[in-house]
Design a protein around this ligand. Structure first.
Ligand code: TXA
Ligand code: MG
Length: 330
């Protein structure tokens, strides 16, 4: 069914009230967060939750993150909350950190994809927090992209992926961080990072004063845990700059057009190469990498070549997302 997708403005109070009304009526609305745009629905309304899965074409056993306005609300969604959560919340909430806790018995199984655990965070984006404060429920919100595609960091990205499938988008401009939240599992004896993100292992350890784990392989149902994800439509490869240079020069006469996303200096001028240069600083790079992938994917190139990010700990989330953007499932 094709709907007319309305654009609402994040800095307009009337528009935010309209977003609230649409959410209360059981529809889905894309909202800005500091990480990526989310596709929000009332986390207590099963029919509304099903509309998220339908619009994204996402399998229903993939659990959603519940966003809440304040720490006091945590106990409505989770049980047996360990005391360490208050230390974590004090330091990192509102912000790009999602906690995995034991699900409260009253919470429906649709939002958690049938799991006994629940992912929850307090977001930082002002408009999103206003919407949450105007509601007396939490909002489930996965990234507002079609399943397996690149996450959206502008309202235009959401529009190009989900236009006609959702009622409204709250346009809050570009996301300030640009990569999905870190997911931290507090449901087992050892604290583990399940998805790398803007809040790094080091940052968490320095606050908790204990070491935590970040296994490369774990079995949790995190979309970040699928090999392929966040993918452009164009075939995409991750290579060092030297590899990009030699690959492109080998293919010179094959009439292929390459899109190159890089942060080091790259001076190949040739009419079969289109380039986007990003900053070599982590925060600025993260903010724009999804945009660059969206943009280059629309440039009519045959292959996208992305420069391998630095192998520093603070770039782990970037490497994780790019590895998934370039992976094949076989
Ligand atoms: O920054 C973010 O986290 C964004 C914004 C919108 O908040 N949201 C986001 O949602 O990235 P999504 O659905 O694209 O990714 C959330 C991840 C999924 O991979 C999901 O599998 C995992 O969280 N997750 C949610 N509930 C879980 C649970 N109970 N156990 C394990 N993983 C869970
Ligand atoms: Mg996602």
């Amino acid at each position: 069914m094709n709907k007319k997708t309305k654009i609402l403005k994040a800095d307009n109070q009337e528009d935010l009230l309209e977003a609230v009304r649409i959410l209360q009526s059981g529809e889905v609305v894309a909202v800005p967060t500091e990480t990526v745009y989310g596709l929000a629905a009332d986390a207590q309304n099963i029919q509304a939750l099903n509309k998220i899965f339908k619009a994204k074409n996402r399998p229903t056993n993939h659990p959603l993150i519940v966003h809440v306005a304040s720490f006091a609300e945590l106990s409505k969604w989770a049980k047996d909350i360990p005391p360490i959560v208050s230390v974590i919340a004090e330091n990192f909430w509102p912000g790009p950190l999602t906690l995995l806790l034991k699900k409260h018995d009253d919470v429906n199984d649709v939002v958690t994809g049938g799991l006994k655990t629940i992912a929850i965070r307090i977001p930082q984006n002002k408009a999103f927090l206003k919407i949450l404060n105007l509601l007396d429920t939490g909002l489930a919100a996965p990234s507002a992209n079609p399943y397996k595609r690149i996450s959206p960091t502008t309202a235009q990205h959401v529009m190009s992926g989900l236009s006609g499938k959702i009622d409204a988008i709250v346009d809050g401009g570009s996301c300030t961080i640009g990569l999905e939240s870190t997911i931290l599992d507090l449901t087992t004896d050892t604290i583990r990072i399940l998805r790398h993100g803007p809040i790094t292992k080091k940052m968490i350890e320095s606050v908790l004063k204990i070491s935590i784990e970040s296994p490369d392989i774990h079995l949790e149902k995190v979309s970040g845990n699928m090999k392929s994800h966040y993918q452009p439509y164009t075939k995409t490869f991750l290579m060092s700059l030297a590899e990009i240079e030699s690959y492109v020069s080998q293919q010179k006469n094959k009439e292929k057009v390459f899109g190159v996303i890089h942060y080091s200096n790259f001076d190949v001028s040739s009419n079969n190469i289109k380039t986007i240069q990003l900053s070599s600083k982590k925060a600025s790079y993260s903010k724009l990498i999804y945009s660059a992938l969206h943009q280059i994917d629309g440039m009519n190139v045959n292959e996208i070549l992305v420069e391998l990010p630095p192998s520093k700990d603070s770039w782990k989330d970037v490497l994780d997302r790019l590895s998934k953007a370039t992976a094949t499932d076989h």
